[in-house]
Design a protein. Structure first.
Length: 119
């Protein structure tokens, strides 16, 4: 699975839009200060609250593009920012709640991207 995610991230990084997202120094410091485990916990919380429900009132606008949390930046870089992008890039259908397995997959994609940004 990790190899597939890395191939996906390599492909997305070539996109003008997706490849434009990076963690700035403040966000990298934040990850190091809080720990990768804390950021992963935040990712689970964010995905379960903002992406997992079948219907999201403001779908497409629920993920800030500003450097307010590393998970939000990672979501845009990885195409896990809204249900439309999830469907288009990750082939996860809209109109139903995400499964636990899908949530874990999304968090893994986000966390691998963040770890790559820290290198």
């Amino acid at each position: 699975m990790i190899d597939n995610i890395n191939k996906l991230l390599d492909s997305l990084s070539k996109s003008k839009f997706r490849g434009s997202f990076h963690l700035n120094e403040k966000m990298r410091d934040y990850v190091m200060e809080k720990s990768i485990d804390k950021i992963a916990g935040d990712a689970y919380d964010i995905i379960n609250k903002r992406l997992a429900p079948a219907y999201i009132e403001n779908d497409g606008k629920q993920t800030p593009m500003r450097q307010v949390h590393p998970v939000f930046i990672a979501q845009h870089a990885t195409g896990t920012c809204c249900r439309n992008c999830l469907m288009k890039i990750h082939h996860i259908p809209k109109g139903r709640d995400l499964t636990d397995k899908e949530v874990r997959y999304i968090v893994n994609v986000i966390m691998i991207w963040i770890q790559r940004e820290l290198k």
